[in-house]
Ligand binder design. Structure first.
Ligand code: SF4
Ligand code: SF4
Length: 227
């Protein structure tokens, strides 16, 4: 169970300033269970976008955004709406948003912060990974997680040690920041490289002490399943 929380609306709005038309995508799996990506949240996001002057070309909640095969099939049915949109707003966990970014040639804005695996590191049908940092940066990195694609987890660009596109730490492994650069170039958002990403607030890596009832419920269910 991957727990995600919706980002503040002001932060989401700030991501969309270059776009006029958006497609809203939710995840019917963990994000729906977290209360951050199901039907209700997708409707709410679409409504807020409409109220704020954006055109919503369409919306969908797909069972598991981390399942690229499934997402590819589902998105094919709404390809016109996706084509019409300038970008996609993805209300899923960090893994789901990364996975969608691999399937479309448009920017996928993260609507959520992934805060926890809920004490359970399960398997998902996707090679994308997330360190549940609680402050998702996928907006600034072309939908590739800098904490996991870069061996050193650098937040603000390459270390300068890569050679022929390979990481200096792990020869044979592509340099994550070169991948991020290539993706930002592909979606015409190299401007995002000028954004400075603050060091991570470590307390957000896990549930805050004042966790609400829903989080407590997840823990209780998982504890029960683990017995
Ligand atoms: S930046 Fe990476 S680790 Fe943090 S929430 Fe996004 S995908 Fe997960
Ligand atoms: S070479 Fe690239 S992937 Fe490796 S640590 Fe440096 S920036 Fe990160």
């Amino acid at each position: 169970m991957i727990y995600s929380e919706q980002k503040p609306w002001e932060e989401i709005e700030s991501y969309l300033q270059k776009d006029e038309k958006l497609f809203v995508l939710g995840c019917g799996g963990c994000a729906a269970a977290s209360g951050s990506g199901g039907e209700e949240q997708v409707k709410d996001l679409s409504y807020k976008l409409d109220e704020a002057g954006w055109e919503v070309t369409g919306s969908r909640v797909i069972e598991f955004l981390c399942n690229k095969g499934l997402v590819g099939m589902r998105l094919a049915r709404v390809s016109n709406q996706i084509e019409e949109a300038d970008s996609i707003l993805g209300a899923g966990c960090g893994i789901g948003v990364q996975a969608v970014g691999k399937l479309v040639d448009k920017q996928v804005h993260p609507a959520n912060d992934t805060v926890s695996m809920g004490h359970f590191h399960g398997a998902w049908p996707s090679e994308e990974t997330c360190e549940r940092c609680g402050e998702c940066l996928l907006e600034y990195t072309g939908g590739l997680c800098p904490l996991t694609v870069c061996t050193k987890g650098l937040l603000n660009g390459a270390c300068g040690g890569s050679h022929d596109g390979e990481c200096e730490v792990e020869p044979g492994r592509p340099c994550g920041w070169e991948l991020i650069y290539d993706r930002l170039k592909e979606i015409d958002r190299l401007d995002l490289l000028t954004t400075y990403n603050d060091p991570k607030a470590r307390e957000k890596y896990q549930f805050a002490p004042e966790m609400d009832q829903r989080k407590s419920l997840f823990w209780a269910i998982e504890a029960e399943q683990g017995e």
